[in-house]
Design a protein around this ligand. Structure first.
Ligand code: 5GP
Ligand code: ZN
Length: 140
């Protein structure tokens, strides 16, 4: 995307918006979600801008799923949730709010009644930052 792109995730890739970074490689970037549903909620995105799954490059997708696995292992180790969903939305009707491909690593608690459209409640940045360090260290 062009410089000063309006896409928030492109701006994070370009370093124009800060993030609690967990991982970076030539194809992907992973960072904490700033509106976590539960502790440990994080994202892996393709560095290249693609609006959704339909548009994403297959090699980028393969890289992103491999990083999602490593993140899920780390989140599971650090937070011991009752489960973890990988969530990936395509289109507003599917609950997509940022139109740049990403997987959510979405920790779950039994009976938390999470819905696909779970809402965005700002998290505690100090807590998110502390968890980011722990998750980063736990990544295989
Ligand atoms: P979607 O609704 O598209 O599936 O997910 C987008 C996610 O991006 C949401 O969970 C939202 O909290 C997260 N998000 C939106 N803006 C930012 C941001 O500036 N920084 C971070 N770290 N996450 C963001
Ligand atoms: Zn983008």
């Amino acid at each position: 995307m062009a410089e000063s792109a309006p896409c928030v995730f492109c701006r994070i890739v370009e370093g124009e918006i800060p993030c609690f970074k967990l991982h970076e490689d030539p194809r992907t970037l992973a960072f904490m979600d700033i509106n976590p549903f539960h502790d440990g909620h994080c994202l892996v995105i393709t560095k290249a801008h693609a609006e959704n799954l339909y548009a994403a490059d297959e090699a980028d997708l393969a890289a992103a799923i491999a990083v999602a696995k490593r993140l899920a292992i780390a989140v599971n180790q650090v937070l011991r949730p009752d489960g973890i969903n990988l969530v990936q939305a395509n289109g507003a009707g599917a609950g997509q709010s940022v139109f740049h491909f990403h997987f959510h690593v979405f920790p779950r608690k039994l009976n938390d009644n999470a819905q696909f459209n779970w809402g965005h409640k700002p998290g505690d940045m100090a807590r998110i930052g502390e968890l980011a360090e722990r998750i980063k260290r736990a990544m295989p």
